[in-house]
Design a protein around this ligand. Structure first.
Ligand SMILES: NC(=O)CCC(=O)C(=O)O
Length: 271
């Protein structure tokens, strides 16, 4: 994302709230069509949801998993190049060395891979009588969606100069109404940056019902764009001068007491 921010102080972000179903080929072709539609409306950066090529659920991950590069990421690379956009490819279940990951791939307008991010915090929760989901029963490792709950990660990105945090995600009917918007606004205000989330559209017949409501929040903590529950593309104009103004008005970065506390990352091997 930093390349994009350096190149432009204003750009249009499109969030694709895709209707994800059981047929991978349909998910891929619908995603491709909507990326084209978003580019046609002047978007520079387009974002897909978590598990955009597969239903979200531990029983699906191994069946839909692919190696990277593979069918889905090749399609994403092509879509980025053909439409001349930066493309945050939501996430896909990735198979590597006999392990499964939930991985987000980002491509540049030249179709070249910019980064791969594996979900760091696996979604393991148990709310009695409501929802139990144990992503770690099938996935090993790293990054997306549930990651938004970990303020430290957002802080680290922010300290490294990020001005937009993107979270492909799939909250559910229990935690969605309670926390989805709240967490995005919290991360945006804490770090005075833009936050965007892309959810799959809601499918009441799916074993895991996604909350929908893909959202973009500005550095003041205001929701500037929000989807309903069905398939749609939402747009937001990202203005980095506005972000700089907010940071000047409430200068928490300069006021931070690094002598008293700090957030640090730990370098590990390949993950
Ligand atoms: N896909 C996920 O990680 C879901 C996270 C979630 O619903 C939450 O409440 O956190």
């Amino acid at each position: 994302m930093s390349t994009l921010a350096k190149a432009m102080s204003k750009f249009r972000l499109a969030v694709v709230q895709l209707q994800v179903g059981g047929v991978k080929a349909d998910n891929l072709s619908r995603a491709k069509r909507l990326v084209k539609e978003a580019a046609g409306r002047g978007s520079n950066l387009v974002m897909l949801p978590e598990c955009f090529n597969s239903p979200y659920g531990t029983s699906f991950f191994s069946q839909y998993a692919e190696r990277i590069p593979g069918e889905s990421t090749e399609l994403l690379s092509e879509a980025a190049r053909e439409n001349q956009v930066y493309l945050v490819g939501g996430s896909i279940p990735e198979e590597d060395g006999g392990k499964l990951y939930n991985s987000c791939i980002v491509f540049g307008p030249d179709g070249k891979l910019i980064l791969k991010h594996r979900k760091i915090h696996l979604f393991d929760i148990d709310v009695p009588g409501k929802i139990r989901f144990q992503e770690s029963e099938t996935l090993m490792g790293v990054g997306i969606c549930y990651d938004i709950r970990f303020a430290e990660l957002a802080q680290l990105y922010s300290r490294q100069g990020c001005q937009l945090l993107v979270y492909p995600g799939a909250f559910n009917m229990t935690t969605g109404p309670a926390h989805w918007e709240l967490l995005q606004r919290a991360r945006a205000v804490d770090n005075q940056l833009y936050v965007a989330t892309a959810s799959p559209a809601r499918d009441e017949s799916s074993p895991y019902v996604a909350w929908g409501h893909s959202t973009v929040v500005n550095p003041w903590g205001e929701v500037i764009s929000k989807a309903g529950t069905e398939e749609e593309v939402i747009y937001a104009d990202i203005d980095l001068q506005y972000l700089a103004d907010v940071r000047q008005q409430i200068p928490i970065t300069a006021q931070r007491r690094n002598d008293l506390y700090s957030v640090t990352s730990v370098q590990r091997g390949n993950s």
